[in-house]
Ligand binder design. Structure first.
Ligand code: ADP
Ligand code: MG
Length: 396
């Protein structure tokens, strides 16, 4: 099990710390519309402050395509962070060069610095060695807390580690601790719940996790490719024709290994993916040819919930239906509620995937379903069994 290197007070006291966070928050009308990602880093920032470090935060925001574009300025994030905490936070004009050195030099006791968007420079995403050296130059220590950016080898997530002592922040530590437990050392029975739009996004996860789980529950859009692979008519439901063979192969492999792969027994169908459209529950083998399946049905929720409640370990990736529309949200909500009951009885659960996390947040259940990972793409790559470049630098 990987364990990341964290910092002690002595290692950061009086040091200038380059703290990589992920403040890539959703914005609306020039303001932060959801501060979840900011709050996720507060423990690390607080700890560095308490330890007497000079804290300087760096992040990307949106896709400014390597050009300075104030539409993607981190200024509004600075305002939100200051409002949230009451801290005094200065903003540097850029993330490298004179303006950073000057801003650092002018910080008073207790003040912190936020650098301007890393992606104003095309060298950031290229992990350009000279850019990484320039990023690191004004600092003594690198603290990597951006788990959700750790699957990218960029200058600020990987390159700077070549120049500075490097430690993990608390968010990173927590993510790696919980995700590793589930991936590398799960207590049985281990139930993997997969959903979301596409089989192709989850192939790597299925491949890597198949040997470790006792049961796989499949819902969401991807269930229909599996149903079709079993010979069921799926109407106009989502289907990846080129993944039918993969689905068949996986079902055969699971059967050989004694793993049960459970598909929905009923589904919610409609003509259109639209608010207010009329919908019906049908058996999975009776989907009308002109309709599409947009959620798992109530019988499926019951059967999934029964299995989930018997689990000691749960990994959930991908909503059970088009949860963004209330008529197709019950399956996802039912699964979230079953997970919450199981977690309450002491089981370990990880929710990975950006949309799954958004669904859980929309139901107001973030605190009930176990560990909701902040890393969408990063958590997927983690469960594919990869070593993330921004995590590798934190291993001894
Ligand atoms: P995550 O981000 O959690 O990994 P995905 O990105 O794989 O999840 O999938 C999320 C999307 O899948 C959601 O936008 C949801 O509307 C869509 N989806 C779920 N079920 C279906 C379905 N039956 N048909 C079409 N789209 C679906
Ligand atoms: Mg997604």
């Amino acid at each position: 099990m990987p364990k990341v290197r964290t910092f002690s007070t002595d290692q950061v006291k009086g040091k200038k710390v380059f703290l990589r966070v992920d403040f890539n928050v959703p914005m609306k009308d020039g303001k932060v519309s959801d501060d979840t990602r900011i709050r996720a880093h507060l423990k690390t920032i607080q700890a560095l402050r308490d330890a007497g470090a000079v804290v300087c935060m760096a992040s990307h925001l949106g896709r400014p395509k390597g050009k300075r574009n104030m539409e993607f300025s981190l200024g509004p994030v600075r305002d939100e962070l200051a409002k949230l905490t009451g801290w005094s936070i200065k903003m540097a004009e850029d993330c490298v060069g004179e303006s950073v050195v000057e801003a650092l030099g002018s910080l008073k006791d207790g003040e912190m610095l936020l650098l301007e968007n890393l992606r104003f420079h095309p060298e950031e995403e290229k992990n350009d060695p000279d850019f990484a050296r320039r990023l690191a130059e004004p600092f003594d220590v690198f603290v990597m807390d951006a788990f959700s950016a750790a699957h990218r080898a960029h200058a600020s997530t990987r390159g700077v580690a070549d120049h500075l002592e490097t430690y993990a922040g608390y968010l990173m530590e927590k993510e790696i601790e919980v995700l590793s437990k589930v991936r590398d050392n799960p207590d049985a029975p281990f139930v993997l719940i997969l959903g979301g739009a596409k089989v192709s996004d989850k192939i790597g996860v299925i491949d890597n996790m198949l040997d470790k789980v006792q049961t796989i529950l499949i819902g969401g859009g991807m269930a229909f490719t599996f149903l079709k692979a079993r010979g069921v008519e799926i109407g106009r439901s989502l289907c990846e024709e080129d993944k039918l063979d993969f689905a068949k192969e996986m079902m055969n492999k699971a059967a050989e290994k004694g793993i049960s792969m459970v598909l929905p027994v009923d589904v919610v169908v409609a003509q259109e993916v639209k608010d207010g459209v009329s919908s019906a529950v049908v058996s999975s083998d009776a989907i009308p040819s002109d309709q599409m399946g947009l959620d798992i049905g109530p019988e499926s929720v019951k059967s999934f919930a029964g299995i989930i409640e018997g689990a000691k370990t749960i990994l959930w990736n991908g909503p059970m239906g088009v949860f963004e529309i209330s008529a197709f949200a019950s399956g996802t909500k039912g699964v979230a509620e079953a997970i919450a009951r199981t977690v309450q009885n002491g089981s370990t659960s990880v929710v990975g995937g950006g949309d799954s996390a958004a669904a859980v947040a929309a139901f107001g259940m973030e605190d009930k379903v176990g560990h909701v990972s902040t890393g969408g793409g990063a958590s997927l790559e983690f469960f594919e069994g990869r070593v993330l470049p921004g995590v590798e630098i934190l291993l001894d």
